[in-house]
Design a protein. Structure first.
Length: 195
């Protein structure tokens, strides 16, 4: 039985080890102070994540728009017991109507994701729809479901999925353009830049 849950978690929900159940922050990153030219004080500083290199102007705008909407729906209002709440959580408090409205807002985020160059691949669209459906079904349970809905954060998960796809797409484009110059370092990834 646990093997089934493990399969669902890894394959269908595509949770990576780094983003185990939504712990990755898709909006901000911890940057070493040495990278910022500071040698004293804090060792890291929280900064807004950079747009991955190699993206078209349209893809950059779509990613920025999706991340901004997801942040507003999932995280922007307040934190309670370690769980961040956004407008989607507040709207979802109202039984059935609020959950339906929250699902519609999540579908609007998905519609925005489909605006990338070349469209959204079917696999990613299905993964995002599964996130929205899980979020909707969990939110239908009164009170406990609303808290679980706030913890699940389907819009943030969808923003992470889109950013990962666009990062890979941009890396392929940069690799094609810069083959003769050797390997490039992606400045938007601290793990690569700070080696």
């Amino acid at each position: 039985m646990s093997a089934l849950f493990s399969f669902v978690g890894k394959k269908i929900l595509a949770e990576s080890a780094r983003n185990h159940f939504g712990s990755e922050d898709p909006y901000f990153e911890e940057v070493p102070a040495s990278r910022l030219g500071r040698a004293f004080g804090k060792k890291t500083q929280k900064r807004r994540k950079a747009i991955p290199p190699g993206l078209s102007e349209n893809d950059s705008k779509v990613l920025t728009r999706v991340k901004r909407r997801a942040y507003r729906l999932d995280l922007c209002l307040f934190s309670l017991c370690g769980i961040r709440f956004g407008w989607g959580s507040v709207i979802g408090i109202f039984p059935f109507i609020g959950d339906a409205a929250d699902a519609m807002l999540a579908l609007m985020v998905l519609k925005t994701c489909e605006g990338i160059d070349g469209g959204l691949p079917g696999r990613l669209r299905m993964q995002m729809m599964i996130n929205i459906i899980i979020d909707f079904i969990v939110g239908l349970v009164p009170f406990v479901g609303d808290i679980a809905d706030a913890a699940y954060k389907c819009n943030t998960r969808n923003a992470v999925v889109l950013e990962k796809y666009l990062r890979e797409k941009g890396a392929r484009k940069v690799a094609r353009q810069e083959r003769q110059h050797g390997t490039d370092v992606d400045p938007s990834l601290p793990s690569e830049f700070d080696r």
